[in-house]
Design a protein around this ligand. Structure first.
Ligand code: HGY
Ligand code: MN
Ligand code: MN
Length: 412
């Protein structure tokens, strides 16, 4: 396996800063939702960078941007990449660093070693976050792996009611052609991503190698009661969905806390109707993001949450309903690829830790079509999904050099 592969830090820094300008939000944040003008500009910039690197560009039917370096022997492609869409707002590294890393690594390999034996591809994926269309998580990788059903584009809606099909058409994409984005010629997918948690920083390590990715379920829970006057209506006669939501929210968080790491549960979004200070609400709708990497523990976590929700609603005489907008099983990465990444890190002289991911990633979807594994880069203060997200240039470069060494081992 090649050692001492170096990438140009200036190239990495320039790419991170320039991409962050597409949808800049405040000093260090980004707000770049899929199919928005900012996202289109980011895909155009990524396309130009691929062309500058001498890669053959293909923009697929769902909006992913591919940069390909053909191999002398052909065969299935070795792919690396991540997503360009962000949370609302998000940071400048989540997803973007992985798309940049793939491009910089392949460009570096091309310039230093010439054409590979096997085709190498960088990909900038779309709508990993579901930040504009809450049930469209992994939209880009789902297209690649044939996991978008024919009626999904018309039945997938954003918070403002617009369908993802309408949003696609508005930027010149044809939802009917999404099946053309499917790939069956992929051998391996390695995604570089920021860790988004504190483990690498606590371990004083720049790079992690991911051997497992957590499972996740997003509930949207609606509690309905009776709207009433906040002052004149007695407490003992109320059917107050806010009181029920408060009990459930603190209960599901406490359940995950009691279960202990790596169980997590988050309530990040609450919508109150009619949302007036002097009105006992009619309805309260909130999301529950519950995760665990172990299938049995995950099912137990979900069962505890659902039992609590039913009990509180019955006791408070509230109507309750919920549906899932996101449900992804955990993934164990390809052990051979994990070992190859561990060896690449050692060869590059980069100390690393092999660990699980508490965030979910397109890698879980790509596993349906090829071998997968991930590389992590340390997150300052373990923070992400916030403009405060930061990874040092040194750590980003170290991660990309490990990625380059791994891609070299796979493709040359
Ligand atoms: O929520 C996640 O784990 C991912 O960042 N969308
Ligand atoms: Mn994210
Ligand atoms: Mn991400």
């Amino acid at each position: 396996m090649a050692a001492g592969i170096r990438v140009d830090p200036a190239l990495v820094e320039r790419a991170v800063l320039e991409l962050a300008m597409e949808g800049a939000h405040g000093e260090t944040g980004v707000w770049r939702t899929v199919y928005s003008p900012e996202w289109v500009a980011a895909t155009d910039r990524y396309t130009a960078w691929c062309e500058e690197a001498g890669l053959r560009v293909h923009r697929d039917a769902v909006g992913n941007v591919w940069g390909r370096l053909d191999g002398t022997d052909g065969g299935k492609a070795i792919v690396s990449g991540s997503h360009l869409d962000s949370q609302r707002p998000g940071g400048r590294y989540d997803g973007a660093l992985g798309a940049i890393a793939a491009l910089v690594a392949i460009r570096t390999l091309k310039e230093r070693f010439g054409p590979p034996r096997r085709p190498l591809e960088a990909v900038a994926l779309c709508e990993e976050e579901g930040s504009r269309f809450p049930s469209a998580n992994f939209w880009g990788s789902r297209a690649i792996t044939g996991a978008i059903a024919p009626d999904d584009p018309e039945t997938t809606h954003g918070y403002d009611g617009e369908s993802i099909a309408e949003a696609m058409r508005a930027v010149g994409l044809e939802p009917e052609r999404i099946p053309e984005a499917e790939r069956d010629d992929l051998d391996a997918f390695v995604e570089l991503h920021i860790e988004q948690g504190p483990i690498l920083e606590q371990s004083r390590l720049p790079v992690g190698i991911v051997n497992a990715i957590t499972g996740i379920r997003h509930y949207v829970v609606e509690l309905r009661g009776t709207a009433n006057h906040a002052g004149a209506f007695p407490m003992d006669l109320r059917r107050d969905p806010m009181a029920g939501a408060a009990e459930i929210i603190s209960g599901v968080v406490a359940t995950a806390h009691r279960m202990g790491r790596p169980a997590v549960t988050t309530v990040g979004r609450v919508v109150v109707e009619p949302n007036g200070p002097a009105i006992v609400p009619e309805a309260v709708t909130f999301t529950v993001d519950a995760r665990h990497p172990d299938p049995a523990a995950r099912d137990a976590l979900y069962a505890k949450h659902e039992a609590l929700m039913r009990e509180v609603a019955a006791r408070r005489d509230l109507e309750i309903s919920w549906h899932h907008t996101f449900d992804q099983v955990p993934l164990t990465c390809d052990p051979e690829l994990v070992r190859l990444l561990e060896e690449a890190a050692a060869n590059q002289g980069v100390p690393s830790l092999t660990m699980a991911s508490g965030a979910v990633h397109d890698t879980q979807r790509m596993a349906a079509r090829c071998r997968v594994a991930m590389l992590f880069v340390r997150s300052k203060d373990g923070r992400s999904h916030t403009p405060a997200e930061f990874s040092s240039l040194d750590d980003c470069v170290a991660g990309i050099e490990v990625l380059a060494a791994a891609l070299h081992a796979l493709a040359y």
